[in-house]
Design a binder for this molecule. Sequence first.
Ligand SMILES: [Zn+2]
Length: 457
Amino acid sequence: MVLTLREKRSVHDRPTFAKAMARRKKKTVRKVRVAHELPKRRRMAIDEAMKAHRTEDRPEWDRTSDWGDVRFYRKRIKPGTLRTIHLPLLNVSLGDAWPVPVTIIHGARPGPCITIIGGIHGDELTGPSACTHLLSNAFTDEGKPLDPKSLAGTLRIVPVVNLPGYRMKSRYFPDGRDLNRQFPGDPGGSTTRRVAHQIWTHLVEDSDAIIDIHSAAKGRTNMPQVRCDLTHTSSYLLAKSFGIEIILDSIPSKGTLRRTGNTADIPVVTYEGGAADTLGDQSVKVAVHGVMNALRSMRMVPGNPQRPKFRIMASGSTWLRAAEGGLLDMFVQAGSVMREGEVVATISDPATPGMTVDIVAPEDGLIIGAATNPFTAAGMPVGHFLPISKHFALLEEQIDEHGQFIVNGSQEERVWREEHEINEISLDGEWSGGEVDSEWIGSKPTGDEKEFEEEAA
Ligand SMILES: [Zn+2]
């Protein structure tokens, strides 16, 4: 039997990747410590979802199953080969169809179909860079981790899905819309909606899991973190498999790839790291590391995933806002571990020399996002703060000489840790101001997009 991507499309055979995860679980004894600090209702919803979650049998992923060519956009890829195919974002006979390169590593052995997406926002370069590393010879050559001859399943890597935006160095599509608010799209809708539909049809619908790589929007930077709706169990498992310390439990905005994917019961997580228009070594390294961890967890590539020492599952964060306007002088960065009362930033005003105002950490915690634009008005967010009072000692054990939290995967050292050695922590609270990133509004909302501009990440 030839198993094509088309044939795997049914939503009903979905839930997942969980089988591969279940295989792992059998090997290790799970003894994960959870501090019950999530709001009770949320905690119960997550527990209920986990209980209801069934590990579905996917016999077609068994090593002995028939495994043949895979199709992508009318092209055929043989098992054990890698091929780059251009997917036109628009179905047109005239004008630019915006062909986007999609590399398909079709493994020699059966397994799930995983899609890694970078550059939904054209000015966010963490995804494009991480995907490019994953496609380099260091990963895909014979004997390397993504050698198609040893890979199980199908890996599709799209370094820059919003190629028109990338070429304009813009977050948006040429029609001014945010692609990540237009899913599942519409073949007869606006330009960006048509593109979203094309991406949905060819890259999303038939994926067994999706990792969507982002960075912060212009004017700020994020420390590496994963965002996921923890009540969507297969996404929760995917988030854990990434092997990162900070997981934000957040319900994404309408029209995002993550929300729409979850609605179709596809596990989707968003990785956030670094800033727009820049390339941070740490955020790229953690992204590559996380993707490889997820693939190892799903048994697509051999080896054991590298686990963090602990996980912080957070359902609330705080915005540190400027009380005055002027020029912002940041004392800390995204990833800085703060003690209550420590100075985060100082604001001074060229019109009033000699006077400064400090912004201090309201309690012990972590700066997970920081402003990079010094122009500040009263009320503008300076930092995105995760209060971590009770489990502060865990953070302190993992900081460098500058007080920066050392994220798993950002160092060369690769220590494999068993699942049962991880302390899992939940944080209580509400996202201030709606969505996780609601304060950081994109620079160019147009017309009907305004209402969808909430989570500018
Ligand atoms: Zn983004």
